[in-house]
Design a protein around this ligand. Structure first.
Ligand code: ZN
Length: 203
């Protein structure tokens, strides 16, 4: 007997997700067969609306419901300090911890030669463009201390040094000790983030 097409179609879709292998994809699909139709309809509606209901902020590249995002639009924030992060999720984590009052820039990834991700695949050009604005005095590199995070930090440092000729006051810092080595900002608790923020050092 052949597996019904509706089942193999959904299994294939699950397999495209990160961290999901063929077995898990199959398990998820068969699990959903037991879920009431109205719940499945809500699920597929949420998937369909995911991108329709969000925009990428044209200033910081974060994901939001409006462009510019509420953080970029907030005149009460300190726009002389800019934190560079990998993911939109990092912004939500740092905001939730309430340890940073500046603005952000989301790269949407890190430089990774192994995965063929170079600077042009990330929103680095947009970052450098923003830095030409002389309001920004400090760039906080909020990148994870992984190999990719280090490679990206070094690349940014070199690029930003070129801009220093125009803006002498521009300084680069990195989140201080306290972040677990190889650890992820996304999993850091509030006090760790606070410590890392207070202990940021010149880079
Ligand atoms: Zn924004």
């Amino acid at each position: 007997m052949r597996i019904p097409r509706a089942i193999s179609d959904l299994t294939n879709q699950f397999e495209r997700l990160p961290g999901i292998g063929p077995k898990t994809a199959q398990r998820l699909t068969f699990y959903l067969l037991h879920v009431p139709q109205n719940v499945l309809d809500e699920f597929s509606k949420a998937v369909a609306e995911l991108k329709r209901g969000t925009v990428q902020c044209s200033v910081c590249q974060n994901v939001a419901e409006v462009d510019p995002c509420p953080i970029c639009a907030d005149s009460g924030r300190d726009d002389s300090v800019l934190m560079v992060v990998e993911h939109p999720l990092d912004v939500f984590v740092v905001e939730r911890a309430g340890v940073f009052g500046g603005v952000y820039h989301v790269l949407h990834g890190l430089i990774s030669p192994l995965e063929n991700i170079g600077p042009d695949e990330l929103f680095i050009k947009e970052l450098l463009e923003r830095l030409k604005n002389d309001k920004i005095r400090e760039i906080v590199l909020g990148l994870n201390p992984t190999m990719e995070g280090e490679a990206t930090a070094l690349y940014l440092k070199n690029k930003i040094n070129e801009l220093r000729a125009m803006n002498h006051e521009l300084k680069i810092t990195r989140l201080g000790q306290g972040m677990p080595t190889g650890g992820d900002i996304q999993y850091a608790d509030e006090s760790t983030l606070k410590q890392a923020m207070e202990g940021r050092r010149g880079y």
